[in-house]
Design a protein around this ligand. Structure first.
Ligand SMILES: Cc1cc2nc3c(=O)[nH]c(=O)nc-3n(C[C@H](O)[C@H](O)[C@H](O)COP(=O)(O)O)c2cc1C
Length: 183
């Protein structure tokens, strides 16, 4: 699949078929995560693949009723929870290198985009879910204190096509030479 086609064609999918994701296809997605860029190649990401329907039902309790992705957590055959090891990305000898501190949100974001694009290229659907009770998910999955739960996505074959929400025109976010200021 052409890269621009993947970037533009990938949609958030919130309705899934029950068919399981073949193990080799899941392996391809993990290759996409593996080859993502990261701060000084620190690769802080960790992935928890949840297929057990009982654990997925527990995960669903961490989402609010108003989250449109809620049904997909139990409907899809699997959920991928993306975590990041704290104090790794953006750190040198235990000290933060920049004023931004931990870059784990950035690096796990890159990994998530790789995963979603690779999933799309394999005919699979994803929807990045960030709005949930992270502490609760950490408890359910037994994630230790030094690891941050960042986001999750259901993973499976789409039961519907996603609708593309409108994007800003590039002229609204691209500036030249300097940030536009007062004249
Ligand atoms: C960091 C992040 C968190 C998100 N959290 C949620 C969420 O909790 N629930 C949900 O339904 N969609 C969530 N989304 C999906 C966005 O709503 C979606 O990507 C956006 O509307 C653009 O649509 P598209 O992915 O089809 O291009 C999230 C996306 C990102 C990048």
């Amino acid at each position: 699949m052409d890269l621009m086609e993947a970037i533009k064609g990938r949609r958030s999918i919130r309705k899934y078929k029950p068919d399981p994701v073949p193990e080799e296809v899941f392996g391809t997605l993990m290759e996409a995560v593996k080859w993502s860029p990261s701060w000084a190649n620190t690769q802080c990401w960790e992935v928890i693949a949840v297929r057990d329907p009982k654990i997925r039902s527990e995960l669903a309790t961490a989402l609010s009723k108003g989250n449109p992705a809620l049904p997909s957590i139990t409907e899809a055959p699997s959920v991928v929870v993306l975590c990041g090891k704290k104090g790794v990305a953006g750190f040198k000898r235990g000290e933060a290198t920049t004023a931004k501190g931990d870059w784990l949100m950035f690096d796990t974001g890159l990994a998530m985009q790789s995963l979603c694009l690779a999933a799309y290229s394999q005919g699979l659907g994803t929807v990045i879910v960030g709005n949930f009770d992270h502490k609760r998910v950490a408890e359910i999955l037994g994630v230790p204190q030094n690891v941050e739960v960042v986001a999750m996505t259901p993973l499976g074959y789409p039961a519907t096509e996603g609708i593309a929400p409108k994007r800003k025109e590039s002229s609204e976010f691209v500036f030249h030479e300097k940030y536009p200021g007062k004249e």
